[in-house]
Design a protein around this ligand. Sequence first.
Ligand code: NAD
Length: 265
Amino acid sequence: MKTTAFSLANKTAVITGGASGIGLAIAKRFAAHGAAVEILDLQQVALDTAVGEFRAAGHRAHGESCDVSEPASVDAAFARLLTRHARLHILVNNAGIAHVGNALTTTPDDFARIQRVNVNGVAHCTQAALRHMTARPGGGVILNLASTVAQMAIADRFAYATSKGAVLAMTYSIAKDFLSHGIRCNAILPGVVEGERIRKVIEAKAEIAGKSAAEIQTAWLAHASIKELIQPEQLADVMLLLASPRGRTISGQAISIDGNLQALV
Ligand code: NAD
């Protein structure tokens, strides 16, 4: 991708949960296209490692220890990172936690915990970014990690599916309310993404079903037209398009990247 249509030069991007997994892949893609990246994450060691690697590769990167579910933690992180940049252009709401359980097996505490991170966390970071973006000319881009579970009934994902449905609704709401400020908002809906997190979800589902993890994965992919796990880098490519000048006419969209998944058991 050599064209400047995908360039993020002179842009600052905040990526929550960017110290590992999908968020790290997105941060790497954005940095490689010229963005200064600000990574917000709970895990201090992973944060320090990621920032060290970005800097060693010649990229502009900082890390902020932050719990997105706590408004005070988010506000403090944004206040600190905004001392380093005159302008914040892009927010990626990626931090999220998984949960396996149906409406009866999910405890009230677990339900609330998932919503606090996956829903309230997106709201807190979006509000912090919007306060900054709407106070200055030039607009901005907000990108959310929803999930295919937001649009499809998937067994044993009660709290998680509820949270990602809310992320989708927030995406539409933000896109509508802030287009007049030049702020675009989109969500991607990944299916089964290769990585440590999905390995744990598959293992938890296997235990519930009394099957092996390999059987669960095969059964999942049987319901996709394209029988491959999604790679984090594929998500990063789509996020780059959405964040870049080439994506300037795309807002209020939910983009599935799931191998044309039809169902999940
Ligand atoms: P992951 O667990 O590998 O990484 C999540 C990152 O978020 C970690 O670095 C973690 O420390 C951080 N984090 C967690 N809670 C946080 C908090 N309260 N405050 C700040 N940081 C926090 O997860 P992943 O697989 O990379 O998933 C990233 C996003 O993509 C999530 O929102 C997830 O729901 C979504 N998603 C993932 C998949 C998948 O198959 N992995 C599918 C669909 C959607």
